[in-house]
Design a protein around this ligand. Structure first.
Ligand code: SF4
Ligand code: SF4
Length: 380
C-alpha cells in the first residue's frame, strides 16, 4: 500500500480506503467482516462511515475490533435516518444525537469529523450561519474529533466552504465524467439519468479550480463516486467511447491535485481485493488518456496529469511539474510556500528539460509541455 499526507491534518492515509455505505442494508455480519478484513490485509487505513444506522455502525466497529486504533474513521455530522432512510439533518439536537452515538461506538474519538453534504447555498447557510459550525468546532476543542472536514458534490459551494478557513479536509465526488460535465450540470443527477455523450466539452474550470485550491491550502481530498456509480465501467452507460477499468478510474482520481485517498464502496471482500489490484498495475494499465482523448476534445492544451507523455530523457515527472504549475498559476503573486516546497522536492525540475519534444508528440491533449517547463521557473 502507498500512503499519502492528508494535507494539513498531519494524518497519512492509504491511497485506497473503504467507503462502508454498501455494507449497509442488512448484509450478513460475515460479509461485513470479510470485507473489512480484506481492506485491512491490503493496508487500508481509512474508512468512511457516513451511514446513520446503529446496526451497520456497530457491525463495522465489531469487525475492526482491536484494529480500530490503527485506522482513521471519517464520521459525518448531520447524517441521520429519522424517517428510516438516509437523510440530512441540520437540527442540532438531532445531529448531536447521531454523532454522539457514532463517537460512542468507535471508542470516543473520530479522526475526521465531517460536516455532511454541503452542496447548495442553503446547505452552506445551514452549516456556517447557524450554531452547527460552532458545535463542530466544540467537538474539535473537546478532542472528540481530530480534524474538521466536510463532504460536497458542488465545486462552487466547496470553494466557499474552504474559504471560511474552518475545514481541514474535503470528501468530494471525483471521476472524469463529473469533471468534464458542463459547469451548470449537477453531477448527482447524472447518476440517475444518462450522462449524455455529447455534453463533454472539457474539464469544468470550477472543478479544476477547486482541486488546485485544495492543493494550495493543503486541504486533503478523499474521493467518493470514483466509478460514477459503476457507469464509467459499463460499456452501455460510459459517456466515453469505451468503458474505463477500475484501475484507470482509481488512477484518474489519485492524479488530481490534493487527492490523498479514494474510498470505493466495496460490498464484498472480492470487490475490495479487485480495487486493491490497482497497486500491482503497471503504468500502461493505469493509463486513462486513450479513453479520455476519444471523448470530445475541447480541453486541448490542459494537462490531465495522466503521464502518457513519459518517459522523459531528462527524468522530469512532467505531470507533477504541470500540476504544481497549475496551482501556482491561480495567483502568481502569492504562490504558497507548500507548493514551492513540494516542487523543490522533485529530483528533476522544469529547468532540466532538454527540449527534445518527445513528450509533446506523445501527449494526447496537446499540452505545450516545453513551454510549461520554462514557466515552472516561477516555482523556484
Ligand atoms: S521536451 Fe523536456 S520535458 Fe519533454 S520529454 Fe524532452 S526533456 Fe522531457
Ligand atoms: S502533458 Fe499530456 S500526456 Fe503528459 S501528463 Fe499532461 S496531459 Fe498527460
Amino acid at each position: 500500500m502507498e500512503y499519502r499526507k492528508m494535507g494539513k491534518t498531519g494524518l497519512k492515509t492509504s491511497i485506497i480506503g473503504l467507503g462502508c455505505e454498501h455494507l449497509d442494508g442488512g448484509k450478513p455480519y460475515a460479509q461485513i467482516k470479510e470485507t473489512v478484513d480484506a481492506a485491512l490485509e491490503g493496508g487500508v487505513n481509512i474508512f468512511d462511515m457516513f451511514m446513520p444506522g446503529k446496526e451497520i455502525r456497530e457491525a463495522v466497529a465489531k469487525a475492526l475490533g482491536d484494529r480500530r486504533k490503527d485506522v482513521i474513521i471519517q464520521g459525518h455530522i448531520g447524517s441521520t435516518d429519522v424517517k428510516q432512510q438516509y437523510d440530512i439533518s441540520r437540527d442540532l439536537p438531532t445531529a448531536q444525537r447521531y454523532f454522539e452515538e457514532l463517537l460512542r461506538i468507535f471508542g470516543g474519538h473520530i479522526e475526521l469529523g465531517m460536516m455532511f453534504f454541503i452542496d447548495s447555498d442553503k446547505d452552506y447557510e445551514d452549516v456556517f450561519e447557524t450554531g452547527f459550525a460552532d458545535y463542530v468546532q466544540r467537538l474539535k476543542k473537546q478532542g472528540d474529533i481530530g480534524n474538521i472536514g466536510f463532504s460536497s458534490h458542488n465545486p462552487k459551494t466547496a470553494v466557499k466552504a474552504i474559504n471560511t478557513g474552518l475545514p481541514e479536509m474535503l470528501m468530494f465526488s471525483v471521476n472524469p465524467a463529473f469533471d468534464m460535465l458542463p459547469v451548470d450540470e449537477y453531477t448527482l443527477e447524472h447518476l440517475e439519468k444518462d450522462f449524455g455523450k455529447d455534453m463533454f466539452k472539457g474539464i469544468d474550470p470550477d472543478r479544476a479550480a477547486l482541486y488546485a485550491l485544495c492543493d494550495r491550502k493543503q486541504i486533503g481530498i478523499t474521493v467518493m463516486k470514483t466509478f460514477g456509480a459503476g457507469k464509467l465501467l459499463s460499456a452501455e452507460y460510459s459517456p466515453f467511447s469505451e468503458p474505463l477499468s477500475v484501475g484507470q478510474c482509481v488512477h484518474y482520481a489519485l492524479s488530481r491535485p490534493g487527492v490523498c485517498s479514494v474510498l470505493p464502496g466495496c460490498k464484498t471482500a472480492a470487490e475490495m481485493r479487485d480495487v486493491l489490484k490497482y497497486l500491482m498495475l503497471d503504468e500502461k494499465e493505469k493509463d486513462y488518456s486513450k479513453v479520455l482523448s476519444a471523448a470530445r476534445n475541447d480541453f486541448r492544451g490542459k494537462c490531465l496529469y495522466c503521464s502518457h507523455c513519459q518517459p522523459c530523457p531528462a527524468n522530469i515527472d512532467i505531470a507533477a511539474v504541470n500540476k504544481y504549475l497549475d496551482v501556482a498559476m491561480l495567483n502568481t503573486r502569492e504562490i504558497p510556500q507548500s507548493i514551492k516546497a513540494q516542487y523543490g522536492e522533485l529530483p528533476y525540475k522544469g529547468d532540466s528539460c532538454v527540449k527534445c519534444g518527445h513528450c509533446e508528440s506523445r501527449c494526447p491533449f496537446g499540452v505545450p509541455v516545453m513551454e510549461n517547463m520554462d514557466r515552472s521557473s516561477i516555482l523556484s
